[in-house]
Design a protein around this ligand. Structure first.
Ligand code: CA
Length: 235
């Protein structure tokens, strides 16, 4: 198999050099750029298997770059790097289609684990049978196409949203623990500390719930995880 090609978008020299060195040590081929404009032109010129994207770039906001890349490739894994205390940016990044984020300063080991997990996940990705439609509430979802009809109109899901929805559909009616979701959907160790998972549940609710603040299909089971209910009582 060809070596995975990673696009590293990071303008802080010290961080970039450390990441570049260690990614290459792991056997990845890495293109390193320092601006949003370079990132987009590299992205247009040569396909990559994963993007590592700093949010504060000299010429642009990483969130815009993320959104543009996601528009062109809905399955591309995107890992966002944010500085400490930029909670808002992180959430925006996930809304813009990123799959995961790391807050600086992060450990190199954790970073490499995330990259490995994201690449493995995208290799696992097998579309469900063409034309198979999942229906719940007012939603109809074609998981192979990542296309959905929702109460708010048509929605295109990202690959990770699709994987997460598939996990919920397969576990219909029972509690999915955070550990199960991390392993099945993210390919991460069950004890990984991350809020990404909860952000993704929020995203599914925004897509599919009539009232996202009072979810009926994607329910929180306090202290345990989440439960997907196809037909809530009284419907
Ligand atoms: Ca920066």
């Amino acid at each position: 198999m060809n070596r995975p090609h990673l696009l590293l978008v990071e303008d802080e020299t010290n961080i970039a050099q450390a990441l570049l060195f260690n990614l290459e040590l792991e056997g990845y081929r890495v293109t390193h750029v320092t601006t949003g404009a370079e990132a987009l032109s590299s992205f247009a010129g040569e396909p990559c298997n994963l993007v590592i994207l700093d949010l504060m770039l000299p010429d642009s906001n990483g969130i815009d770059i993320c959104r543009q890349m996601r528009r062109q490739d809905k399955r591309l894994p995107i890992l966002i790097l944010t500085a400490l205390g930029e909670e808002k940016h992180r959430v925006n990044g996930l809304d813009a289609g990123a799959d995961d984020y790391l807050t600086k300063p992060f450990s190199l080991g954790e970073f490499l684990l995330r990259v490995k997990g994201m690449l493995r996940r995208s290799q696992w990705y097998q579309p469900t049978q063409a034309g198979e439609i999942a229906a719940f509430g007012a939603n109809r979802v074609n998981l192979a196409e990542l296309a959905a009809e929702t109460p708010r109109g048509p929605v295109t899901l990202t690959e990770l949203e699709g994987r997460m929805l598939a996990a919920f559909l397969a576990a219909e009616g029972r509690v999915l623990t955070r550990s199960e979701l991390l392993e099945q959907v993210w390919g991460m160790a069950a004890d990984t500390e991350t809020r990404t998972l909860d952000n993704f549940v929020v995203r599914l609710r925004k897509h599919f719930e009539v009232d996202p603040a009072n979810p009926r299909h994607f329910q929180t089971v306090r202290g345990r995880g989440y439960r997907f209910v196809r037909e809530p009582d009284g419907e």
